[in-house]
Design a protein around this ligand. Structure first.
Ligand code: GLV
Ligand code: MN
Ligand code: MN
Ligand code: MN
Length: 399
């Protein structure tokens, strides 16, 4: 084991128990809930031991500065602590831990930044608590209105503003203007690197994607006494829509998933009055994505007529195609001798890419599984990720 691999493991073990569900082995680290708040405190402590000043942007995002926080042309790195329900260990925290270790590597090598290196912990990247992914970076860049973000509510009815303890501050052009580039390191969320036998890759693009909420309304009634012909059962329309989404996605080589559902009243012996299903849809091209969602919507509406149910469809979030800065990606791929890959997963880097030169590094995931407790990365590959990120930060901030 190399010294860096051992240091990675040591730091990783500090956060590994936080928010871990003993049953599933996955993580319940929802934004601004106790486990995530503990990780944010841990982050502040790590910054303190490294003499890095921590600033907040009023939106829930934290920034630890190596170098003068008032200096410009800073190089931003980092990721997020929050997880999906029963998510993996690496999605998010790997980018933050790797950034702290990359700073250590550069310091140990006697390298000093000419421009500040800033490690970010963005809030609510997964959208698992308040429904909109990349909420922190969308607020910072002004891509979501403050009123809408403030009023988003979690399943218990707590608003984002209440969880934050204040109304979010919203866009901060002054802060954004101090960053010359953003580089987010992330665990790979597919098998692309296993197939290429490389520990680290550079991202080329993020597929356009979004979330749509389908509310199916029917008539709640008794399961034992209501004749089949008399029912207006929204579960049927919902079930048909899930199958239609799967079929339409396959036809287009796109991705459609319905993985969250709410049923009212959710009783075994009552025909539901209402079923809500959330569609996550993604495709390589925006026109393909639009066509997919329109087809699902049309088929659901047609089926609702047949079932005597009502349907409302609301788009809850949208992320357009992100083409990362080609010049920067090529430069980093050459520096690291790394392959370049697109991804179907969303990231804060995708939001920031519209505002500053942005790149991503992916660390190999031997299972190819993510958003699941089975997500994995070896310590040796994580150390390779730290080395790669340190080289990138040296290239961008220290010359
Ligand atoms: C976030 O991880 C997403 O792509 O859903
Ligand atoms: Mn994720
Ligand atoms: Mn992530
Ligand atoms: Mn993500």
């Amino acid at each position: 084991m190399t010294d860096l691999t051992a240091r990675f493991r040591e730091l990783w073990d500090e956060i590994a128990p936080v928010g871990r569900d003993a049953g599933s082995g996955g993580y319940l680290r929802y934004a601004l809930t106790d486990p995530e708040l503990r990780l944010r405190e841990w982050f502040r402590g790590q910054a303190r031991t490294r003499d890095m000043a921590v600033t907040e942007d009023g939106n829930g995002n934290l920034f630890a500065w190596w170098g003068d926080p008032d200096a410009g042309d800073a190089v931003l790195t980092g990721s997020h602590f929050d997880s999906v329900p029963h998510g993996g260990a690496y999605d998010g925290p790997l980018g933050i831990v790797s950034a702290l270790l990359a700073v250590d590597e550069l310091r140990a090598a006697g390298v000093t930044p000419v421009r500040p290196v800033v490690v970010a912990a963005f809030v609510e990247e997964e959208g698992a608590r308040f429904g909109v992914p990349c909420l922190g970076s969308r607020l910072l860049t002004g891509e979501i209105a403050v009123d809408r973000a403030a009023g988003l509510r979690d399943a218990a009815g707590v608003s984002f503003a209440e969880a934050l303890g204040d109304r979010p501050a919203g866009a901060d052009a002054g802060l954004l203007g101090r960053f010359a580039a953003f580089v987010e390191l992330h665990v790979e969320q597919g098998r692309a690197l296993v197939d290429q036998a490389a520990p680290v890759a550079v991202a080329s693009a993020i597929w356009p994607h979004g979330r749509w909420r389908f509310d199916f309304h029917g008539e709640g009634n008794h399961a034992g006494t209501t004749r089949m012909a008399d029912r207006r059962d929204p579960m049927l329309t919902y079930a048909f829509t899930v199958l239609a989404a799967n079929k339409e996605a396959r036809l287009r080589d796109a991705h459609a998933t319905v993985a969250r559902v709410a049923v009212e009243p959710n009783a075994t012996n009552a025909i539901p009055a209402k079923v809500t299903g959330w569609l996550d849809a993604r495709a390589a091209e925006a026109t393909t994505l639009d066509g997919l969602v329109e087809a699902v919507r049309a088929k659901a509406a047609e089926r609702a007529k047949r079932d005597g149910t009502g349907l409302t469809c609301t788009q809850e979030s949208a992320t357009p195609l992100v083409a990362f800065d080609g010049g920067l990606a090529d430069r980093l791929a050459k520096l690291l001798d790394a392959p370049v890959l697109p991804t179907g997963a969303g990231h804060d880097a995708g939001v920031l890419a519209a505002h500053l030169p942005t790149a991503m590094l992916f660390v190999r995931n031997p299972t190819g599984v993510s958003h699941s407790p089975a997500e994995s990365a070896t310590d040796a590959d994580c150390a390779a990720g730290v080395t790669a990120l340190a080289r990138v930060l040296e290239e961008l901030a220290c010359r």
